[in-house]
Design a protein around this ligand. Structure first.
Ligand SMILES: Cc1cc2nc3c(=O)[nH]c(=O)nc-3n(C[C@H](O)[C@H](O)[C@H](O)COP(=O)(O)O)c2cc1C
Length: 399
């Protein structure tokens, strides 16, 4: 990656650590100005590789020459990208190591600009960015907010976690290219009155992790999510809904093109039969200390998709989740059959580190013949990776 001389360079060691933790090999090249904001030693320590800064340093050039470095990279990330470096890139200047490497590389380039809002808005910078975009350079950010220079506005470096997610998205093998994956996530909320809802404990973390992983593998992904505090993953089109009916309508709207459907949402099975138009007052139940809320069934979205997919015979893969508190595998096998799914991800939500609102999950995959693969406790991201490996395998077997 190329680090240029902006104040946001102090955030880069953290970004490098995130990338290294994700299993990537990172080699850092600094502009001369960058060393004013972050030390080569910090970058060398977190990347685990010598840092290059000087095109004409015989020992650096002897260790790995600038063309070999340009050829070695699968992706060149420029972060932060200063106004000055963007100008040099746009004009193809190779007067120092960073510019030379950026001209020599045939790898995709992702730039994360960061600068004062007026520098960013200046027509010179905007024309440079436009020209670089036309040449295929990708941009992430800048974001809007309080800037180190005291101004407010566009110019903040994109969040390092968001940059890291974009890098992973660009680098992952695109084994699901051509697939359209629709994922449901989170819980739905069914109104009792304008201020109260029937809800559940789902956070949306599992479905969001599946959507993020599918996007990394090159699928076009639509994530239909109930209310959630999570950000939409990189490369995913997210549709936010509130109720089971809204989720059903959103699924129906996307189903035509969908080749893989993953139902990870905890859709409320019941909803109040007659939501009140106004807030129900405490004293509306008179002297009685209790009130009865009449509930009705909500639409069964997974069963509808399973049924439609079987009827159409178009080869859409349908994957359901079964969150249970007892008789997990029997319930999962029943669900597989009744809802005409190809795979069920079963989890016992009573187990520690499993189910709602935690970052880990303990699941079993119940396959087309009812066969079971149990996974030990792992992060929801790892569960998503294993699930998509399984989906790819099923895809391969069916085609
Ligand atoms: C304190 C300070 C902070 C700076 N921050 C930025 C910045 O965030 N973005 C930017 O484009 N330039 C910034 N500059 C200006 C660049 O350091 C300057 O244009 C430099 O020549 C960039 O060199 P480089 O592009 O080779 O790294 C800053 C300068 C100073 C003195």
């Amino acid at each position: 990656m190329v680090i240029s001389g902006g104040i946001a360079a102090y955030k880069i060691p953290d970004l490098v650590r995130t990338l290294v933790r994700a299993g990537l090999v990172v080699r850092c090249v600094m502009t001369r100005s960058a060393a004013q904001f972050v030390t080569p030693l910090a970058l060398q320590t977190v990347s685990g590789h010598p840092v290059r800064a000087d095109l004409f340093d015989a020992s650096e050039e002897g260790a790995i020459d600038h063309i070999a470095l340009a050829d070695w990279a699968d992706l060149v990330l420029v972060a932060p990208a200063t106004a000055s470096l963007l100008a040099r890139m746009s004009h193809g200047l190779a007067d120092e190591l960073a510019g030379t490497l950026l001209l020599a590389t045939r790898a995709p380039v992702l730039a994360a600009p960061a600068m004062n809002v007026n520098m960013w808005r200046h027509p010179a910078t905007q024309e440079n960015v436009e020209r670089l975009r036309r040449r295929g350079v990708r941009f992430i950010g800048p974001e809007t907010g309080a800037l180190a220079c005291g101004w407010e506005g566009e110019g903040r470096l994109a969040d390092p976690a968001v940059i890291a997610a974009e890098v992973e998205l660009l680098l992952a093998p695109k084994r699901l290219a051509g697939e359209v994956v629709v994922v449901t996530a989170g819980g739905t909320r069914e109104p009792i009155d304008p201020v109260r809802v029937v809800a559940n404990r789902s956070s949306g973390k599992m479905g969001t992790a599946v959507a993020a992983e599918a996007a990394r593998r090159g699928a076009r992904v639509v994530l239909i999510s109930g209310p959630t505090a999570l950000a939409a993953p990189a490369g995913v089109h997210r549709v936010l809904v509130e109720t089971a009916s809204e989720m059903r309508a959103a699924v129906q709207a996307e189903l035509g093109a969908c080749t893989i459907f993953v139902a990870a949402a905890a859709v409320s099975d019941f909803r109040p039969l007659a939501p009140a138009a106004d807030k129900i007052k405490k004293d509306s139940i008179g002297e009685a200390s209790r009130m009865v809320l009449e509930l009705e069934r909500t639409p069964d979205i997974l069963a509808e998709v399973g049924e439609a997919s079987a009827r159409e015979g178009g080869g859409r893969l349908v994957v359901g989740f079964a969150a249970e508190t007892r008789d997990l595998l029997a319930a999962a096998r029943r669900k597989l059959e009744q809802k005409r799914c190809h795979l069920i991800v079963a989890n016992d939500v009573t187990r520690e580190g499993s189910g709602f609102d935690v970052d880990t999950n303990v699941v079993s995959f119940v396959g087309p013949g009812g066969e079971v693969e149990e996974l030990s406790m792992r992060s929801k991201r790892e569960v998503a990776e294993r699930l998509l490996d399984r989906i790819e395998k099923l895809r391969g077997e069916r085609s």
